[in-house]
Design a protein around this ligand. Sequence first.
Ligand SMILES: NC(=O)C1=CN([C@@H]2O[C@H](COP(=O)(O)OP(=O)(O)OC[C@H]3O[C@@H](n4cnc5c(N)ncnc54)[C@H](OP(=O)(O)O)[C@@H]3O)[C@@H](O)[C@H]2O)[C@@H](O)CC1
Ligand SMILES: Nc1ncnc2c1ncn2[C@@H]1O[C@H](COP(=O)(O)OP(=O)(O)O)[C@@H](O)[C@H]1O
Ligand SMILES: [K+]
Length: 481
Amino acid sequence: MTDLHTADQVRAAEAVALARTPEGALMQRAATGLATVCLRLAGRAVGLRVTLLVGSGDNGGDALWAGATLARRGAAVTGLLLDPDRAHPAGLAALRRAGARVVTAADAAGLDRADLVLDGITGIGGRGGLRPAAADAVGRAVAGPGLLVAVDVPSGVDADTGVVEDGAFPAQHTVTFGAVKPGLVVGEGRGHAGVVHLVDLGLELGPPAARQLTDGDVAALLPDPGAGDDKYSQGVVGIHAGSATYPGAGVLCTGAALRTRPGLVRYAGTAAEGVRAAWPEAIVSSGRPADAGRVQAWVVGPGGGTDDEARDVLAEVLALDLPVLVDADGLTLLADDLDLVRHRSAPTVLTPHDREFTRLGFDLAGDRIGAARSAAADLGAVVLLKGDATVVAGPDGTTFVNGTGTPWLATAGTGDVLSGVVGALLATGLPAVEAAAAGAHLHGRAGQLAAAGGPLIASDLVRHLPAAVHRVQGGLGHSRA
Ligand SMILES: NC(=O)C1=CN([C@@H]2O[C@H](COP(=O)(O)OP(=O)(O)OC[C@H]3O[C@@H](n4cnc5c(N)ncnc54)[C@H](OP(=O)(O)O)[C@@H]3O)[C@@H](O)[C@H]2O)[C@@H](O)CC1
Ligand SMILES: Nc1ncnc2c1ncn2[C@@H]1O[C@H](COP(=O)(O)OP(=O)(O)O)[C@@H](O)[C@H]1O
Ligand SMILES: [K+]
């Protein structure tokens, strides 16, 4: 599990640690970790041309101290001071002592000739978009071929939300201190942070603001069937998706459920013929969900249309005292009567993409974690907000940010597959927020495996689900046959 902590949480823990450690010790730890990662990434120090972009706060201090270490190892380091009078005094002195060049924006030629650019303009103290002098320096430094490494947070990225207001440092790697901040793994920040390396500062952090599951976490939530299991004991999922004219969503969703947890999948709906032909393993009926036999969780909505019949089915399923996942057309219908969800006592999982989220009446400004959380609290439901980093929020504020996936998932039908995966996990009896987070993780892993063979389509994703389950089980050290 990767814990994500906000800037305020890190600052509070740092304040405690600062009071217990000699002056400057924490910054030394951070800068030493930073220099170590840089040396590992660059593979050498002697002759390495390094440019430091140095802002006026402690983030600049980290860059200056790390630059001093690199210079002592033989790198040709240039420190560009964006605010020369306010550069971290001890860090600047150390850089000068190590024999590095120190310049200001006025005489900063050759910024694009570095092998390594360290962005120490702003970290968790940055506010608003990059200011003009900082934006100019970033523009010139990133024009060259140098490796782009952000110190703590890429400057211009909001550490808590990942929002980029007005340009940000496009890092290939981010070396972050004390804790991974949410803004490094969600929204635009994720794209600007690149690979995130955590330098442990030994901070005593409280409960995280959000979490990211690992393969091992997901495997632990998904035990293999045991000797005492039968086809019913792993949970039976019911699916109402697709239509006679468009059976695709029913086929994909049913297949995804079968390939995730192949105990028993019941399909009930008008795509019955297509689903039966594609998946003889499923128990298929063309009747209404309420007549389909016992299930432990329902999926309703993908490709189901928005006519009166679909509206009746949605109300009927939501009236059952069982976990229900609502997606796609089901969300469009739900937007007319959110009380159908608010009144439920069994768990509900809603899986909107951005347009569906706003259609439900919620505001989606840049803060995706905040938006998912407030919708979840309002509806008393789990909200899985799809995206390149899917956010899952529970009504009690429990939040996960997904870390798997590939942009190749941006293709029709992959959302239907996600519904089937999460539905199957809901039926196993997992808490709804964990079923949604684990489902997003598996779906993303399947996407990565499928995309290894080139562009993927949604049915490739279904085919790769068993390999994704197998792959995450490797995270627990399961033997691989
Ligand atoms: N505390 C600790 O123990 C440890 C902290 N550590 C490090 O400290 C960092 C936090 O340092 P911090 O609090 O000094 O803030 P920081 O991120 O440098 O930014 C504030 C400065 O930037 C300026 N500025 C603001 N916005 C701007 C913008 N848009 N564009 C340009 N400039 C802007 C702002 O100027 P002002 O607004 O006052 O003009 C102010 O001077 C943290 O991320 C980590 O790297 C590590 O060493 C571990 C130990
Ligand atoms: N750029 C992207 N990077 C990673 N995953 C993406 C990206 N775009 C979409 N996805 C994922 O693909 C799926 C698309 O779902 P959705 O929009 O409901 O598609 P559909 O309705 O066609 O099935 C979601 O799981 C989403 O998180
Ligand atoms: K930075």
